[in-house]
Ligand binder design. Structure first.
Ligand SMILES: [Zn+2]
Length: 283
């Protein structure tokens, strides 16, 4: 494949070390309104932040932006999805077969976790991840320098990076594959301002783009605090203060999904026009 990759320096080590110190001191302080940073330790965004300190810095790795989204540096702005359609094709039998290849770098246990993540789509949607067998387009699962994925089908082999250092968890696998299927982060939804307040004053310098808003197709589904695509309330915080607050109830739990939510599943089924009478059930 002839996609030109560039090396990006997005996650400065200095910045992250500094933020760790601030977080640590915040945790030991008394005032927290019932929410501690450590309660979010296993949230998608905390794991991504931790694992992605050096994301995209390796040789021949794509540019990683918006936390964990790989972007092609040949494209100046538009999401490639909008330009040419990025859904994976539907087979005559109604299923959507997404070929994959998993790097041999993983241990048996890690590989098993990844396989479970892949299989979870088959049990609730019409997405079928199938071992690569000469198909042209496929997801190439590798342990690169963090957890990241392109949004939607890119054509030919596309990296889904699940670093062995911090990304091999079922909900992270689901999160990155949902990107590959065409989904963005929940808090970037077009209607997010009715559901969360973004506190940019608490966001680490240079990380503001994580909180941009996109003209997403929400498929008629409600905003979902429990989506595996939703960041936690302290995501990319510079000072231990929240960066995302739910509204109107500031105390609502956000961004702690440990698996795809009912709405995540419903959205896959809607986007790919799966037979919803079979799949649109409570998990
Ligand atoms: Zn993501």
């Amino acid at each position: 494949m002839h996609i030109r990759f560039q090396i990006a320096l997005l996650f400065g080590t200095f910045c992250s070390v500094q933020s760790f110190i601030i977080k640590a001191s915040y945790e030991s302080s008394a005032e927290n309104e019932g929410y501690l940073l450590k309660d979010d330790d296993f949230s998608v965004s905390t794991l991504l932040e931790r694992a992605n300190l050096n994301a995209g810095k390796g040789e021949n790795e794509p540019l990683v932006m918006f936390g964990d989204i790989a972007v092609d540096t040949d494209l100046k702005n538009a999401d490639p999805c909008t330009a040419r359609g990025c859904l994976w094709p539907k087979a005559p039998d109604g299923n959507v077969y997404v070929p994959f290849r998993i790097s041999s770098a993983y241990s048996a246990r890690e590989r098993n976790t990844i396989m479970q993540g892949l299989a979870s789509f088959a049990s609730s949607t019409c997405i079928r991840f199938v071992p690569l067998d000469r198909q042209e387009d496929f997801v190439d699962i590798q342990s690169l320098s963090g957890c990241f994925s392109f949004v939607g089908r890119r054509g030919q082999g596309q990296n889904v990076s699940l670093s062995r250092r911090g990304c091999v968890f079922t909900h992270i696998v689901q999160h990155e594959l949902l990107h590959a299927l065409g989904f963005d982060h929940e808090q970037t939804r077009s209607d997010r301002d009715q559901n969360v307040r973004i506190l940019l004053e608490n966001v680490m310098q240079g990380q503001e783009s994580n909180f941009r808003r996109i003209r997403t197709n929400n498929l008629g589904t409600p905003y979902d605090y429990n989506s595996v695509m939703h960041y936690g309330r302290f995501a990319f915080s510079s000072n231990g203060q929240p960066t995302i607050l739910p509204i109107p109830d500031e105390n609502a739990v956000i961004g702690r999904a440990s698996q795809m939510s009912t709405l995540d599943i419903r959205r896959v089924n809607l986007l790919y026009r799966c037979n919803s009478t079979i799949y649109d059930k409570e998990p």
